[in-house]
Design a protein around this ligand. Structure first.
Ligand code: SF4
Length: 499
């Protein structure tokens, strides 16, 4: 597809919006005039005497639609207004040629609730809701969802202050690779990955020790811990014990509000591992079936069954975990609306503290994309997420965090639902970037939060375990930046300067 732009520099936004309708098409953006062949979207901004004219045209699969609008503002906000007007006109013509109306309107950013939160602060709940509906063309259902999430998130964010931080521990290994996965995770079926794991655990423990030292030197306060992956459940009970001991021995846990381990794939759950986690004070686990259909599990390349999930869940309950999260995905290949509603109902019967409903996202590294197995209709996935919203709300769950990924089926969202008071705080802290997250392990990214504004400084760990295992010294050097960052802003953080 060609996206032809003229008279403006809103390329990024217009391309993103085209991607909502055509998630897997190559979109070539150009402002060079030519005789184009195939599907073409034209966006033009023309300055007139005391206004701007927005012209948009789409020629897709032989269907042609166009729209035009005037922007009469002349103050400094005119650029934003022209961009939004163009986006609305583009949405209109693309909806006409495709027959699909995206529920999030022209909102393509990853954090609708963060935007909602800012708008509520600026113009109140009603003003923020109206802006979503009228300016961004978000549906009533999604605007209300964003508003509800924003309200809960605000309450959680306010728990922390400038000395707060959360700790992330990355375990980028899995029992096998799911067909839709674009994450840098190593399947343990690979003999190299098997060899890497024990060394990785040792290095991770060293990194935790160094990080703990830095934290205590600066005087930061630990709010939450999240061990994620990959599949942390891939660790043996002994390896889990080593990692948890490294946490316990190097961090002050007296201020800790929650300690989560995303065990992950049900087939990795065992009594001895759960018992180790309980012994070290882990109070939340996540066990993720993604669907309660064996045929869908097979289609996505997972090596466990629905029964494995129920057994794992029962083991976690018996081990004493009251806060269990269960992940589901809407829009999986070969799944149906009926299949998905069965998954939601089956999971809800267990009464878990949290249910996270993701929407399938296709990324370039996904083998699924290559094989072309994709539920193309955003409407189908939309009906699935709508059902989860209705069913979970009726059962007393509230939406407490939300994010979106690019190339999500139907441009839909991922929503964390919880029973009242059972929010996973880390998810909110991390997603809304409300305080620093110190991340350890391969693929992890530390985010240092400025106390004065929204600025976030990132420190990247090595992406792959083999680099992490061998380039560890360099990585430790990079960690020195944490101390520098806090010392530079010592007055704002109310921490001690270096003597
Ligand atoms: S369990 Fe998650 S991280 Fe691992 S392969 Fe599957 S989707 Fe990827």
């Amino acid at each position: 597809m060609i996206l032809y732009t003229q008279g403006h520099d809103f390329h990024y936004e217009m391309e993103n919006l085209c991607r909502v309708f055509f998630p897997n098409e190559k979109i070539t953006v150009t402002s060079e005039s030519s005789i184009f062949e195939g599907d073409v979207v034209t966006t033009e901004l023309i300055k007139e005497y005391d206004s701007y004219r927005v012209d948009v045209k789409a020629l897709v699969a032989g269907a042609e639609k166009s729209a035009s609008s005037l922007v009469e503002k002349t103050d400094e906000s005119v650029r934003d207004e022209c961009e939004r007007t163009m986006a609305r006109e583009l949405l209109k013509v693309l909806s006409q040629v495709t027959g699909y109306t995206p529920p999030w309107g022209i909102l393509t950013g990853v954090r609708p609730s963060k935007l909602m939160m800012r708008l509520v602060e600026k113009c109140g709940e009603e003003g923020a809701y109206n802006y979503f509906i009228n300016d961004l063309l978000v549906t009533d259902k999604k605007a209300k969802l964003a508003l509800n999430v924003a309200k809960t998130e605000r309450r959680i964010i306010d728990l922390g202050d400038e000395k707060s931080f959360s700790l992330y521990i990355s375990i980028p290994f899995c029992p096998s690779r799911c067909s839709y996965c674009s994450f840098v995770s190593h399947s343990i079926t690979n003999s190299n990955a098997k060899k890497l794991l024990p060394v990785y655990v040792d290095k991770l423990c060293e990194e935790l020790a160094v990080t703990g030292e830095i934290v205590s030197d600066i005087g930061l306060r630990l709010e939450s811990i999240y061990m994620g992956g990959g599949t942390p459940g891939i660790l043996s009970a002994e390896q889990m014990s080593s990692v948890c001991s490294a946490v316990m021995g190097n961090f002050d846990l007296s201020s800790l509000r929650e300690y989560t381990v995303e065990v992950g794939r049900p087939e990795t759950v065992s009594e001895d591992k759960l018992s180790v986690l309980r012994d070290f004070g882990v109070d939340r686990v996540s066990i993720n079936p993604q669907t309660l259909s064996d045929s869908v599990l097979e289609a996505i390349g997972r090596k466990h069954t629905v029964e494995d999930f129920f057994k794992a869940y029962e083991l976690a309950r018996r081990a004493g975990f009251e806060a269990i999260n269960v992940d589901l995905i809407a829009g999986l290949p070969s799944d149906t609306i009926e299949g998905f509603t069965n998954s939601v109902d089956g999971v809800a019967k267990l009464n878990p503290a949290n249910v996270t409903v993701h929407t399938l996202a296709l990324k370039s590294a996904s083998t699924l994309k290559e094989h072309g197995h994709i539920i193309k209709e955003g409407e189908t996935a939309g009906k699935m997420t709508d059902y989860s919203q209705r069913a979970l709300t009726a059962l007393g769950y509230i939406p407490y965090y939300m994010y979106r990924q690019s190339r999500c089926v139907g441009n839909l969202e991922n929503v964390g639902w919880c029973l009242s008071g059972k929010e996973c705080l880390y998810n909110v802290f991390m997603m809304e970037e409300s305080h620093t997250v110190l991340a350890t392990g391969a693929g992890a990214v530390t985010k240092l939060k400025s106390p004065q504004d929204e600025y976030i400084e990132r420190i990247f760990n090595y992406k792959y375990p083999y680099e992490y295992n061998t380039g560890f010294d360099e990585l430790m050097k990079r960690k020195g930046r944490i101390t520098e960052f806090y010392r530079e802003k010592a007055d704002f953080f109310g921490i001690r300067r270096e003597d």
